[in-house]
Design a protein. Structure first.
Lengths: 138, 485, 485, 138
């Protein structure tokens, strides 16, 4: 990837989830860090993520799930990206991904198996993702 | 929008027409029979009735502790509540509704129930009361000896209310604003307000039959740096709308901001101002109480630090003499708490409430100043809302949100104006950095500007969005004011 | 008693004579070389020096958090302190001394060390510093990056002070009254006062060489319903005695009573009154600070409830702006905490201290009244003690205890008069039910009587020893005021 | 034992332990309950317990240990009662018997092995001991 092409991120909060604060901060942080951010906001369906990624030729889809329904809401997203021809688009997910306090190793495995490239626990600071984005796209 | 917003108690015949449709929207709706429900409530023992408990607590000047709790499966949910009553020593209980049900996505809720059965653990973040239906609700209510409340954040809670109230719940949380702006993205205010006029009218009907159901507004809104003037204005409007439909027991909510003088001033003025406006509109016979929410924003991951946050919330609730406190848990930053973690939060809180039962915050110059500014701010907003509605409060609310006269920070809703920017002052009180279109006098604006400028000087930086971000992260990082590193 | 109580700084030559004996009372005494110790202190970095930390905290208006901690074996003790520094985020550390050492029973302490080695767990309730000796102390001090204080309750702490101060500790807790009355049964006051004049003179010597060592009085005494006037009087007398021997950095202690207005008033007046008396005696150059002890009486067994008690103590310390707070742990009712439990208590406390850093209790009528009464009471007692001593404060103290002018509730010591009976008033403030021989004016007595009578009326019972017992159990049972069932 | 003969209790806090508050309350509670209480107070040595029991022909010795040194301080007390001919005197012990929070079952076993008839955990209310005393001596 050329150095001066801005990386495009589709950002959103999936499912019936309305937690808007983290989304707003991620938007701010990614923009400040020089990325091109397409923010589809809260309560975004899988289709909205896919459509936005197709329309903007996005490099990465960053999914937030805070409310606990991450397992149900994220299932099948990877398959839909492939159907849509987004073979090279990376999938990141983070937040409070499941209901309750569970073993993180298990959660990570579960979401990796669903096809996510990177999975982040609650409390992850934006800088960490920014560093990973820079690593994945350099 | 073709929804019609009532400006007085909805005609019962007209109500019944809408009602038929509501009850048909999911099979369990058919289980509701209002006459039978009234009979059910009449035989419900006093210890299971929320309005009675609130009245007693208020008379004794003590603060009740209530957790949040809800699980996908009935037996699991009952077990949870019984545990919180027995081990957690909760004074009253909730039934927190899952977020599919909150969006009327009963099919997805059903999927969650089924998967929970298969996985053997709750895959939902709450209790899907509509799917479980009326008899299940009565099982819940009868399974414990303290009153149980429906807690949620549902823009269209009509069916939920029909089922749960007929199901014997004696308190119902929410409101046309507080269940929309923080909890939805695309729901027009006209619609959520009309839906909630329905809920209030239903409760008004129970009241006509001699059954008092408590109504509570969701004070914390987005839980994130919401200044008292905003949540108070919303609470007062929702109280007026509820009273209009015949509701007689109202609990006003407020979410802890963190500065104890501001928080105490908020709890005190919340009831005073609500009383003032209810009186003005001729609703003299409303029983009022207050509910204080322990810190509703981001929590520290560390459990002992979470206990610190919980303890501070308990102290403020007790000193401000709130009627009820909604309790957080040491798992808050992680996820829906286990029943054990939930009980720990309640017990830590109750220890403090009990130790402080006989103490209260003395009057002081500082407290008086905070009360004065809140009163001025709220009157400025609410008076304008009423004016905008030309005597129709609901309509005024719609117009006020359009104009940014009412504005909720960090709200996901598109009908929210979204220009307010709050930040803490140098003592941690929540002030405004950007006022959007709030109808504030120069005096009020200067007060906020002065307070925030003082902090800027202290921190040697210009107030900006970075300051706000720092404040949002602060409590999670063990601070109240987000100081620059 | 043939012990002579100094009324001015002890002559250095005379001191050295006693010193020879002291150092010979246990082999490790021979390790101490004062000149070498002074050199050691001179090269000790500022971050390891207590007086510097206290000065900085006071200037910033923040409250430091300090645990209690001590284990039998050296490596175990160091591990404990490092853990509390790293995981517990403690601002400063203690070395709590075991109770055999506190009674100079070094043989039994040695047995404890040996058994701990065999059992693989600490069989002692603290660190036996005398047995471990000087080099071990320096290992402790150098193992962490924050200052470390010796905490104990030793009537004869002369050898302990020699070894630990030469060992690099920069703060020493205790006093001739506060380490006797609550901590001993048969030790004459003349003797403990003389022993502590020795300790203070030793610190005065370091001061003469340019090394400031902080001295702290043990404010909580028996930790059980001790009214502020008693602990303040003891603290002020101990401060005067320390200043007399050349001590320049003094921390005044107070144990939480539970009513926050009384507690805040106590912290504020403690420093004001100490300053007043130090000035009166011509000691103008003393650096003062305050330490607030989280609830020192019986704790709830339940750990979440213990967190509640800890949180309330943290709030009061922060709002009263104490310089330091001594932290309890969720294991308090059970036993010496594990290092993990100890860290949890500190973290919960620090979350609150940090959140409240920028807040303080505003002045109010109620606060003013509490301050006034404490000031009146303390002046009544301390003035009489001074009078009794005919300008010899130590002698006055001995006579005052004999006469019951000074009296500590629930103290085990036979030299304590033992007639005081405290009880809570209706708001939880600690008052007096029986005054013994306290030299109080009718006005003060009427104030207490009125307050306790008010509670009696509220509870519909005559104030009696049963009320006191109920109060002692109350916090353990989740209350502050022990109401009848 | 005759009904009207008062049961005599020797009460004290053993070793280097100065915790005086519980002792004072136990004294009060036992007296109120009609027992004859010989209170030797805090910092009582094993010898003081034995001497007091011999002098007063006590029925039971109630030992408190709060400060954590119970294990070291109580060892050998049983043997000393036997040496002193106090074969029928019962031995009760209670408080915070060891250093730290430990498994109660283990602690109880340990003190029973040392010869104590009854062992009580911290937080035991006086009424419980009074009931046991009445049971043991009726
Ligand atoms: C504020 C809040 C609310 C507000 C939200 C207002 C709004 N519209 O935004 C209100 C009160 C309305 C609310 C409602 C509910 N909430 Co809520 N809420 C919170 C709370 C306290 C803070 C969230 C927050 O704003 N944090 C601050 C921001 C900055 O942090 P953040 O959201 O975590 O986002 C950051 C990181 O997670 C990370 N991140 C986020 N996404 C991603 C993605 C990637 C790829 C990466 C790398 C990083 C990343 O970066 C963000 C910026 O730093 C959390 C608990 C907590 N965290 O302390 C619960 C919490 C998220 N809520 C929860 C729940 C259950 C609900 C409700 C269902 C029920 C309820 N308890 O009332 C409803 C659900 C509504 C819905 N349909 O979604 C649960 C989720 C449970 C679970 N996962 O097991 C939590 C964890 C609380 C709990 N312990 O029960 N909530
Ligand atoms: C107040 C207190 C003090 C005061 C005591 C003042 C005095 N002279 O009385 C002061 C501050 C001086 C003090 C000093 C120390 N203390 Co202290 N203290 C406490 C505290 C907080 C409360 C004790 C109390 O008065 N409780 C109220 C009374 C009514 O309850 P009680 O004493 O438990 O007694 C009741 C029951 O236990 C029971 N009971 C007692 N004996 C018996 C016997 C029988 C047979 C039965 C059936 C029942 C029974 O009945 C009593 C009446 O209800 C406890 C912790 C706690 N419990 O919360 C620590 C505690 C006892 N102390 C402790 C320690 C270590 C110390 C010190 C060594 C060091 C220190 N931390 O400063 C020194 C030791 C001094 C010494 N040489 O003994 C530890 C003991 C540790 C352990 N066992 O692992 C404790 C548990 C605190 C802790 N978690 O670290 N302490």
């Amino acid at each position: 990837m050329e150095k001066n092409k801005k990386i495009t991120i589709v950002l959103g909060v999936i499912g019936a989830d309305v937690h808007a604060v983290g989304n707003r901060i991620l938007h701010h942080a990614f923009s400040e860090a020089g990325f091109n951010v397409i923010n589809i906001g809260v309560m975004a369906s899988q289709e909205e993520f896919i459509n936005a990624a197709v329309e903007t030729s996005a490099d990465v889809i960053v999914v937030s799930s805070l409310c606990g329904h991450g397992e149900i809401d994220c299932r099948g997203l990877k398959e839909k990206t492939i159907e849509a021809g987004l073979h090279n688009v990376k999938l990141y997910v983070g937040g409070n991904l499941v209901v309750g306090k569970q073993d993180w190793k298990e959660i990570e495995k579960k979401f990796k198996r669903m096809g996510f490239d990177r999975v982040y626990p609650s409390g992850t600071m934006p800088q960490e993702v920014i560093d990973d984005l820079n690593a994945d796209f350099s | 929008m073709d929804v019609e917003l009532a400006k007085e108690k909805i005609d019962w015949e007209q109500f019944k027409q809408i009602r038929r449709e509501v009850l048909m929207s999911w099979p369990t709706g058919q289980e509701v029979d209002l006459d039978e429900a009234v009979e059910y409530h009449k035989q419900l023992a006093a210890n299971r009735r929320f309005p009675e408990l609130l009245r007693a607590a208020k008379a004794e000047g003590r603060t009740l502790a209530q957790p949040r709790a809800g699980a996908a499966l009935l037996h699991e949910h009952i077990e949870l509540l019984q545990y919180l009553e027995r081990e957690g020593e909760a004074d009253c209980l909730p039934t927190t509704i899952d977020s599919y049900t909150r969006q009327n996505r009963y099919n997805e809720a059903q999927k969650g129930i089924d998967e929970s059965r298969i996985e053997g653990r709750s895959m939902l973040n709450g209790f899907p009361a509509v799917n479980h239906g009326l008899p299940a609700c009565r099982e819940v209510v009868e399974a414990v000896d303290v009153p149980v409340q429906v807690r949620h954040g549902t823009p269209d809670a009509r069916l939920l209310a029909e089922i749960t109230l007929a199901g014997g719940f004696t308190s119902f949380e929410g409101g046309g604003i507080s269940c929309n702006i923080p909890y939805a993205k695309n729901v027009p205010l006209e619609r959520s307000l009309a839906n909630w006029q329905y809920v209030d009218r239903l409760i008004g009907y129970y009241q006509e039959q001699g059954i008092t159901i408590n109504r509570e507004s969701f004070g914390p809104l987005t839980g994130t740096l919401v200044p008292p003037c905003i949540s108070h204005s919303v609470g007062i409007i929702e109280a007026l709308l509820a009273a209009e439909q015949g509701v007689k027991s109202i609990t006003l909510g407020y979410g802890q901001c963190g500065n104890f003088i501001q928080d105490a001033a908020a709890v005190i003025t919340l009831e005073e101002l609500a009383r003032e406006y209810l009186d003005k509109f001729g609703y003299q016979d409303i029983e009022l109480s207050t509910v204080f929410h322990q810190w509703m924003g981001g929590f520290p991951q560390d459990e002992s630090k979470a206990y610190g946050v919980i303890g501070w919330g308990a102290v403020t609730a007790a000193l401000a003499k709130a009627t009820k406190v909604i309790v957080k848990t040491p798992h808050e930053a992680m996820g829906v708490p286990t029943k054990e973690a939930n009980a720990l939060g309640i017990k830590a809180t109750k220890q403090i409430l009990n130790m402080l039962k006989d103490q209260s915050l003395p009057e002081s110059e500082e407290l008086k100043q905070e009360k004065d500014i809140i009163v001025q701010e709220v009157r400025a907003i609410v008076d304008r809302v009423i004016e905008f509605g030309e005597s129709n409060v609901a309509l005024g609310t719609v117009r006020a949100f359009q104009a940014g006269i009412l504005d909720v920070p960090f709200a996901p809703s598109k009908v929210n104006y979204g220009k307010l920017l709050p930040a803490r002052d140098n003592n941690g009180a929540v002030r405004l950095l950007d006022f959007g279109n709030l109808p504030f006098t120069k005096e009020i604006i200067d007060f906020h500007r002065g307070k925030i400028a003082q902090r800027g000087r202290e921190e040697n930086r210009q107030p900006s969005f970075q300051m706000v971000i720092d404040d949002i992260y602060a409590i999670g990082k063990g601070m109240l004011v987000g100081r620059p590193r």
